[in-house]
Design a protein around this ligand. Structure first.
Ligand SMILES: Cc1cc2nc3c(=O)[nH]c(=O)nc-3n(C[C@H](O)[C@H](O)[C@H](O)COP(=O)(O)OP(=O)(O)OC[C@H]3O[C@@H](n4cnc5c(N)ncnc54)[C@H](O)[C@@H]3O)c2cc1C
Length: 309
């Protein structure tokens, strides 16, 4: 039995999150095949190091969760694990496919061991559960930032074209919109610059977004900042937003409510800037700066500007 990982790509470039999901699946100790949805992505996937076989399910347009869920159970006899990065497509498709196949779905897995155990957070990250699936097949989504990526080049896998997949006609993907204010994908970013209510205006949040862009970072925000209209919904980090675990998380004017911490506490280094020395975020921050956030932002802008000049 093998593992199968979904390939997500942009303009023929396999996403970093996919490379990390493959890294996670490799930890399960079984050979890994890939499933791509167009010929260009399949060719890029075939060059990834350590892959034996790429399955090509050539959808006419980008597959929806419903169409993908109809394809996956047909592949299941060959696989013990069907996995993907914890992103919208797999989050929609896998529970449906798992229900059809009558087997388990594990979401947002942060650790994998070769003895078949998976690690995942529960109750907004308050509990770390070590779970094992008793099914022959398990569907799982992996939190990309918790795993190292495999090499993008170095492999020479076979490409096997599957029969034309049945397309579920009642839903279709109409449009994709890139996140506003910062071009970086928040979930997979190595550096996140996040702003809270302390930013005090949409203009100040846009300024933070520019700083994030010039640092090659993604912009994040607290729910209070999103509710106030400073930042788009897509930027929200926390229990009801995105979960991130970047190398560095810079929090500006964020108090550190438990619901916010649930989405970022696994970041490798947390730098918090807050004028309140008793702000709860300081209890989990590695670097605590007590003071006015705008002074720190100005200082960083000067440093980043000097570096690019
Ligand atoms: C069911 C539920 C789900 C929720 N989900 C989420 C979620 O997913 N994500 C989330 O973030 N929240 C979530 N919340 C909301 C959460 O409880 C907090 O209300 C929110 O995180 C507070 O955002 P904040 O830290 O930006 O604002 P505040 O708590 O108001 O903090 C603002 C901070 O900015 C500081 N500050 C102000 N001006 C400056 C300055 N000039 N310089 C430096 N510091 C300054 C202040 O000292 C303060 O600490 C949820 C709440 C509930 C009930």
């Amino acid at each position: 039995m093998k593992s199968l990982v979904l390939v997500e790509s942009d303009n023929g470039v396999v996403s970093d999150a996919t490379l990390r999901a493959i890294g996670a699946a490799t930890l399960a100790g079984k050979p890994v095949d890939l499933l791509a949805f167009d010929a260009v992505a399949a060719q890029a996937a075939a060059r990834i190091a350590g892959i034996e076989q790429v399955l090509l399910a050539a959808f006419d347009t980008a597959p929806t969760a419903e169409s993908l869920a109809a394809v996956l159970p047909g592949l299941s006899p060959h696989y013990a694990l069907i996995a993907a990065a914890h992103r919208a497509l797999a989050r929609g498709a896998f529970p449906r496919a798992a229900a059809r196949a009558g087997c388990a779905f594990l979401a947002d897995v942060t650790g994998v061991s070769s003895d078949g155990h998976f690690v995942r957070g529960m109750y907004a990250g308050s509990v770390v559960a070590n779970v094992a699936s008793e099914n022959v097949l398990t569907f799982a989504t992996f939190r990309a930032s918790s795993f190292a990526p495999v090499a993008r080049e170095g492999g020479q896998a076979d490409i096997v074209t599957l029969d034309a997949p049945h397309v579920y006609s009642k839903t279709m993907l109409i449009e994709r919109q890139a996140a506003q204010q910062s071009g970086q994908d928040l979930s997979g970013a190595r550096v996140v610059v996040a702003g809270g209510r302390g930013l005090a205006s949409k203009e100040n949040m846009a300024r933070l977004g520019e700083l994030a862009n010039s640092m090659g970072a993604a912009l994040g925000a607290s729910r209070a900042a999103v509710d106030a209209g400073y930042a788009p919904n897509a930027a929200q980090v926390g229990q009801t937003g995105k979960t991130v675990a970047p190398d560095v998380y810079l929090a500006f004017g964020i108090s550190g409510a438990i619901q916010h911490l649930a989405g970022m506490k696994d970041s490798k280094m947390i730098v918090a800037v807050n004028k309140d020395p008793d702000a709860p975020i300081f209890s989990i921050a590695d670097v605590c700066l007590v003071g006015d956030l705008f002074e720190t932002v100005s200082g960083l802008e000067a440093r980043v500007g000097a570096r690019s000049a």
